[in-house]
Design a protein around this ligand. Structure first.
Ligand SMILES: Cc1ncc(COP(=O)(O)O)c(C=O)c1O
Length: 383
């Protein structure tokens, strides 16, 4: 029988793979991985493949970064959101308020948990507009999922105020936001549970899929330990029928290794973003998103709003610069959202932003020369 192959890289990555200034830095990042391979060899000799010592060690190190009491390693960022919702008791028909300007996974996790996504427009900081949340609350609303887009924390003080007033749960989609801070508090400390992704191009990445849930609630932590591992309290006793979404031991080794460098990774991204800010803000056709002194934005993505977006993207790509769109179609207009009855015009800022944004490579392997080249090419385009 002929097998259909679905293991493709999305076209957008394949077609830009050979650009000289690229979003993808994995070859450089892992060009010397002897330390990781040595640890993997040790693991293989022990056969400790499932939720063993290395996963414990990884979780302890991760919680030092998030400064939360507990962390649970799971299969992906998507699973982190899904398991959080399940462990918090989300049921069929519940409504969850979130942003229409996010990655598909936020909504996928809501829907697969049985709930209905209810969108609220964003502001020009790309995050949910807190002024619009209350009017979306109904008797079925159970939770809010703020998405800290590109590593910029949402207005969590206000979101938590609303959640307390209306007795709602809060789950942070912190998939872009490891190490990000708002008024000195780190992502992970503003909610019932916060969800991180370690997908290969995230600020903290592994060699495949991986995710982490951070929480300060011991009760939720204990539930999550059950939910990620079949609901087992030991080999023979299942307390609740649940899921299998464990952080893989090999990925825990990779994650642990990179966690040692997370501050330097974060700082490089911040410095690169500041350099772009300084130079690009002088160009009248470009709008730099608002920055706030009391925030530590960690720039999983460096996103600006530009005039003639599609032409600029083509021009940059034809000059060897990997300019991407994260993302061109908001969630409420995706075919998968059809059943929720949203229409074009419902969330004007998300729609406007999707048509005018461009992301430039900002990772730690971009050199000043490369940044200068990006800036020069953008200047030339608008000349
Ligand atoms: C905002 C957001 N939420 C959730 C996810 C899901 O993470 P993962 O790919 O690890 O499942 C992503 C990942 O790309 C994301 O960007």
């Amino acid at each position: 029988m002929k097998q259909n192959h679905h293991n493709y890289l999305p076209d957008q990555y394949k077609s830009t793979d050979d650009l000289k200034i690229n979003h993808n830095y994995l070859k450089e990042q892992f060009s010397d991985s002897d330390e990781i391979f040595n640890e993997i060899k040790t693991l293989v000799r022990t056969g400790d493949f499932t939720l063993g010592k290395v996963v414990d060690e990884f979780e302890i190190e991760f919680s030092k970064v998030t400064k939360t009491k507990f962390c649970v390693g799971v299969g992906s960022g998507t699973d982190a959101i899904f398991l959080s919702l399940k462990a918090l008791g989300i049921e069929d028909g519940d409504e969850i308020i979130t942003s229409p300007y996010t990655f598909y996974a936020t909504i996928g996790a809501i829907v697969t948990a049985g709930a209905r996504p209810v969108f609220v427009d964003i502001g020009y900081d790309y995050n949910i507009d807190v002024k619009k949340i209350e009017s979306a609350i109904t008797s079925k609303t159970r939770a809010i999922i703020p998405v800290h887009w590109s590593g910029h924390l949402c207005n969590m003080e206000k979101i938590n105020q609303i959640a307390t007033k209306h007795n709602l749960l809060v789950v942070e989609d912190a998939c872009h936001a490891i190490n990000a801070e708002r008024n000195k508090y780190r992502a992970g400390n503003f909610s019932n549970s916060a969800c991180f992704s370690m997908h290969p191009l995230k600020n903290l990445n592994v060699w495949g899929d991986g995710g982490v849930i951070a929480t300060n609630s011991e009760n939720l932590y204990n539930k999550l330990l059950l939910y990620r591992n079949h609901g087992l309290i030991n080999r023979d006793i299942c307390e609740v029928f649940a899921y299998n979404s464990r952080l893989d031991s090999i990925q825990a080794i990779v994650g642990k290794n990179l966690l040692r460098r997370i501050d330097s990774i974060t700082n490089s991204r911040i410095n690169n973003a500041n350099y772009f800010d300084k130079n690009l803000s002088k160009i009248p056709q470009i709008t730099i998103p608002q920055r706030d002194k009391n925030f530590k934005q960690v720039f999983h993505l460096y996103i600006i709003r530009v005039e003639q977006r599609d032409e600029l993207q083509k021009y940059l790509i034809s000059n060897g610069i990997d300019a991407k769109i994260h993302y061109p179609l908001p969630m409420h207009l995706q075919p998968a959202s059809k059943e929720y009855g949203y229409q074009e015009g419902d969330f004007p800022i998300a729609e406007e932003i999707s048509k005018s944004i461009i992301s430039l490579p900002v990772h730690e392997y971009i050199s000043k020369n490369q940044q200068n080249e990006v800036i020069e090419k953008i200047l030339k385009f608008y000349e």
